[in-house]
Design a protein around this ligand. Structure first.
Ligand code: AMP
Ligand code: MG
Length: 393
């Protein structure tokens, strides 16, 4: 059995981004990762630009200026100002070449076409130089950048329409178990409603991964092997739920062996999610997640998200973590690391009741996981703990 840190480092070391790229229009590229450096095709701003509403001046020694023109945003004319002359100007307008400062309108008095200054402006005041943000041909955004809303706005402000990005991985989710019934159908004795497929695919979508399919298989070695063999060639990431423990009807481990998936780790010293399996065949990575729903989702947030991010070209993905003081003491038995469902109120964190890995209720009302390292046995009230923030919307 390996530690949480070892498991994370095996994931980090073994997963490499896909070596292909695809071209997307900016409007479809949110959350994707740049495959190449993007260079600025233009200077930004493309001309000397007024940062304020006011007056463009050709400075001279006196405090009084003659207003001869007006330039507003979108205008293309360039009035020629002699020393001591001013042009009315507005935010975003091109600054005349002959102007060397802008004074904001709050700092002047106007009488007819004469302007008097309250205070003398400095050279280049409120003028955004051409290329101030970025110069044509310079690096606008580097390879590996995740395209956020701001990043997309920035690239479109440079006139860019398409980007080359890493494709998002293709995912197959397979749920296993004879006991699984479909919600909406009557429940026979001994059955439970299958919930991992919806939960995991929603978590995938929330993280920005839409390219998935779902399959279900009974607890049979043959059926499990067949579906794994078929799906593994079709996807980049296979997520299997259940059937990875040591029970006589847990066939996933054996089926993965039989189809020659290389095991990278099996069993992590953690609660929940001890029987977690990670492996690889060709370019496809495989997680066999515990069937217990809360354990499966914990493993998704801690391990699967990293693999998804790496496959998508992200270099340094880590879950959002903070340190916060805990509202109650914790005594931990056994030597396993724990991920505890918790409520973080922006300042302090409360460990929630009902941590059993079969229970989803607690997870449903949690907004964080508190991580307690394996070697830690006692945590006092007010002690600072590591809090992993969960995505909520
Ligand atoms: P397993 O890992 O297959 O031994 O399953 C562990 C527990 O999780 C058992 O109680 C299963 O019934 C339950 N379980 C497994 N798969 C699912 C699923 N897809 N949805 C809900 N519960 C599941
Ligand atoms: Mg099972």
């Amino acid at each position: 059995m390996i530690s949480v840190d070892e498991a994370i480092s095996i994931v980090e070391k073994n997963v490499i981004p896909q070596e292909k790229s695809c071209t997307l229009s900016l409007s479809a590229a949110a959350g994707y990762v740049l495959f190449n450096n993007v260079l600025a095709p233009i200077d930004m701003p493309p001309f000397r630009q007024s940062a304020m509403d006011g007056y463009a001046l050709n400075l001279h020694a006196l405090n009084s200026y003659r207003i001869i023109e007006e330039v507003k945003a979108g205008d293309s004319h360039q009035p020629v100002l002699q020393k001591g002359e001013a042009a009315r100007i507005f935010t975003g307008a091109p600054v005349p070449d002959s102007a060397n400062a802008i004074v904001i309108q709050e700092h002047v008095k106007i009488q007819k076409s004469t302007l008097s200054l309250d205070q003398h402006p400095s050279l280049d005041d409120h003028i955004r130089p051409m290329g101030e943000q970025i110069k044509k041909g310079h690096l606008a955004l580097k390879k590996g950048s995740v395209l956020t809303s701001a990043g997309l706005g920035y690239l479109t402000s440079l006139g860019i329409t398409d980007v080359e990005v890493y494709p998002k991985p293709k995912i197959t989710v397979i749920v296993t178990g004879n006991e699984l019934a479909r919600a909406g159908e009557p429940l026979s004795f001994g059955q439970i409603y299958e919930s991992n497929a919806l939960m995991l695919t929603q978590a995938l979508q929330q993280a920005g991964y839409q390219n998935f399919k779902v399959a279900q298989v009974p607890d049979s070695l043959e059926a499990t092997r067949e579906i794994l063999e078929e799906e593994i060639t079709r996807c980049d990431l296979l997520l299997i739920s259940g059937g990875i423990s040591v029970g006589a009807y847990d066939f996933v481990g054996r089926a993965l062996d039989e189809i020659k998936v290389k095991q990278l780790f099996y069993k992590v010293n953690q609660k929940p999610g001890k029987p977690l399996y990670f492996g690889k065949l060709g370019h496809t990575y495989v997680f066999a997640l515990p069937g217990n729903p809360a354990a499966a989702l914990t493993c998704f947030y801690i391990y699967v998200r990293r693999v998804l991010a790496k496959l998508s070209g992200q270099v340094d993905f880590t879950p959002l973590k903070i340190s916060a003081k805990v509202n109650s003491a914790i005594t931990k038995k056994g030597g396993r690391a724990q991920f505890l469902k918790a409520d973080f109120n922006g300042e302090r964190v409360t460990i929630l009741e009902g941590q059993n890995s079969s229970m989803l209720y607690t997870f449903a009302v949690a907004n964080a996981l508190v991580y307690i390292p394996a070697q830690k046995t006692e945590i006092e009230i007010d002690e600072a703990v590591e809090v992993i923030l969960l995505p909520l919307n």
